[in-house]
Structures are given as structure tokens and as C-alpha cells.
Design a protein around this ligand. Structure first.
Ligand code: NAP
Length: 265
């Protein structure tokens, strides 16, 4: 079966890399681009053009669905666009594969309910990198024994949301095995706002944004007289592509909501 993949965000850094990977995959077709502008334009070899050659851009997902019959909508947009895109895709019977970060817990729950009511897969992948997924799994395994955890995530300075979806997902996975408890000194005094980072599931997440970085995370697990550091670095967006292709392939053989690539590898 050839999987017809529409991409929301195909002009972006991740979307254009994914468009190239999907175009090269023997079992997939880049079937259409969903955008909020450039309706009726085309994407040809990564370039946006007005001439009708290449993959058509639509600003209406209903029109895209009608004309191009996509099986999957790969979303690589931004925190504002991702939820309405996924809702509309499920309603139209198109399986969302969501790489965009920034969905709230309520939005995730809503998509889960919609996907299960419709019997249509919806895959949420805060990180498509296989190495990063392993880093999260290893951290959750280690937190079983070393339950005092802080996370440092570091990304390029064009990233819109903080903390990263990967860091939140890591904290969620750890919280499944970690006995909830207070970390740090009970009488801790914070003298500069934010100095101790964000509190997610009782663990601190520190978000660094700097030019030069792509996507990096360290999970620090402290014990008496020891520290275990689990670190992952993505140096190139190509690191996400095997996971993108895996999620797209898996989406057509599943009929439920999948939160995290670790459920699939
Ligand atoms: P980017 O370069 O800014 O690309 C986002 C693209 O989406 C832009 O071209 C933007 O257009 C477009 N866009 C905005 N609203 C849209 C809408 N309503 N419909 C269609 N397109 C829309 O960002 P990026 O670095 O590629 O990252 C995209 C997302 O992927 C982010 O949420 C990022 O955190 C996430 N990400 C995920 C992974 C993963 O492994 N899951 C890895 C890296 C990044 P304009 O430029 O005109 O606004």
C-alpha cells in the first residue's frame, strides 16, 4: 500500500526535511501541503512556486482531503495551529501524526477521545529521534532506583514553546515509576524568579534557548554520593526522519491514540 501523506508546516525546517524524506520513501507519497497561506501554490523540490508543478498547497483541510485523499496528516507547525489541524483531520478520517510540540494536557485528552470514538489512529510524537526515545526510556528505568530527578533541555532560539514536549514527556514517563516526593530543601528560598526551573510532576525542568543548539536533553538522577546523567543530542534534523517514517507507517496499522514513539519501538 502506498501511504498518502499530507504535511502541515511543509515550508518549515522540520516540514521541508520531512517532505524530502517522504518523497524518497518507496511506500509513501507527499500528497498535499496544508498551510494558512499560499493557497493554490505548489511545493516543488522544497521550493514554493506559483506554477502548477509539484505538490499543491491548500489552506482548507477539507479541500485537501477531497482532492488528494491523504491517509495521514503529518503536523509540523506551531502550538496555535496543531490542535485545530488534528481535530479537523480526525473528523475527516485522516490520521494525525503530530510532531508539533505545545499541546496542552486537555487538548491531548480531547484528541485521544476523538481518535478512540472514531477508531482512527492519532500518533503524538514529542520526539521523532530514536535516540531521544531511548534516552527517555533509560531515564524512566533509572528513576526506578534514583528518584531525585532534574531535566535540562536545550534548544535553538527559534523554538516557541517551553518546556519542550520531550522534557514534559520524560517527566511523565518518570512519574509513572517514581514515588512522588519533595525534591530539594523544604525551606528552599528562590531569590531570582525561575531559578529553580518549571515544576512538572514534582521534577524541575530547566529550558535553555541559544543559537547554535538544535535539540538536546540531559536527565540528571541524583543519589547519595553519585549522579547519573543520561544525555541525548540531535545535531541535524535528519535525526528525526527515521522516526517520522516509522510513525507514518505505524499510523495506518493502528486504530487508537498513541502517545509517544516509545509505544511503537
Ligand atoms: P518552523 O521552521 O517555524 O516551521 C513551522 C512552519 O509551520 C512554518 O513554515 C510556519 O509558517 C508553518 N505554519 C504555522 N502555522 C501554520 C498553519 N496553521 N498551517 C500550516 N502551517 C503553519 O519550525 P520547525 O523548527 O520546523 O518546528 C515545527 C514544529 O516541530 C515545532 O513545534 C517544533 O517544536 C517541532 N519539532 C518536533 C520535533 C519532533 O521530533 N517531534 C523535532 C523538531 C521540531 P510561517 O513561518 O509562515 O509562520
Amino acid at each position: 500500500m502506498t501511504i498518502r501523506v499530507a504535511i502541515a508546516g511543509a515550508r518549515g525546517r522540520m516540514g521541508s526535511t520531512a517532505a524530502a524524506a517522504i518523497t524518497e520513501a518507496p511506500d509513501m507519497v507527499f500528497a498535499g501541503a496544508l498551510d494558512y497561506k499560499y493557497d493554490g501554490w505548489y511545493i516543488n523540490g522544497g521550493t514554493l512556486i506559483e506554477q502548477p508543478s509539484g505538490v499543491r498547497v491548500y489552506t482548507s483541510i477539507a479541500e485537501l482531503a477531497e482532492a488528494e485523499k491523504p491517509d495521514v496528516l503529518l503536523d509540523l507547525t506551531d502550538p496555535e495551529a496543531v490542535f485545530p489541524n488534528a481535530q479537523k483531520a480526525i473528523a475527516l478520517g485522516i490520521r494525525p501524526v503530530i510532531g508539533t510540540s505545545g499541546l496542552t494536557l486537555e487538548e491531548i485528552d480531547h484528541l485521544k477521545i476523538m481518535s478512540e470514538q472514531k477508531g482512527l489512529s492519532c500518533i503524538l510524537a514529542p520526539n521523532f529521534s530514536i535516540g531521544a526515545v531511548l534516552m527517555m526510556k533509560f531515564a524512566a528505568q533509572a528513576a526506578h532506583y534514583l528518584g531525585d530527578v532534574e531535566i535540562i533541555e536545550m534548544h535553538h532560539d527559534r523554538k516557541l514553546d517551553a518546556p519542550s514536549g520531550t522534557a514534559v514527556k520524560t517527566a511523565d514517563m518518570i512519574s509513572d515509576v517514581r514515588t512522588p516526593h519533595l525534591q530539594g530543601h523544604p525551606d528552599e528560598q528562590v531569590n531570582a524568579y525561575g531559578a529553580r526551573g518549571a515544576d512538572v510532576q514534582g521534577m524541575k525542568i530547566h529550558s535553555v534557548r541559544l543559537p547554535g543548539l538544535l535539540a538536546h536533553q540531559q536527565v540528571l538522577l541524583g543519589g547519595e554520593g553519585e549522579l547519573l546523567t543520561i544525555r541525548h543530542d540531535s545535531f541535524d534534523r535528519k535525526s528525526f526522519m527515521p522516526g517520522v517514517l516509522l510513525a507514518v507507517r505505524e499510523s495506518v496499522s493502528h486504530h487508537q491514540f498513541v502517545n509517544g514513539l516509545e509505544q511503537l519501538i
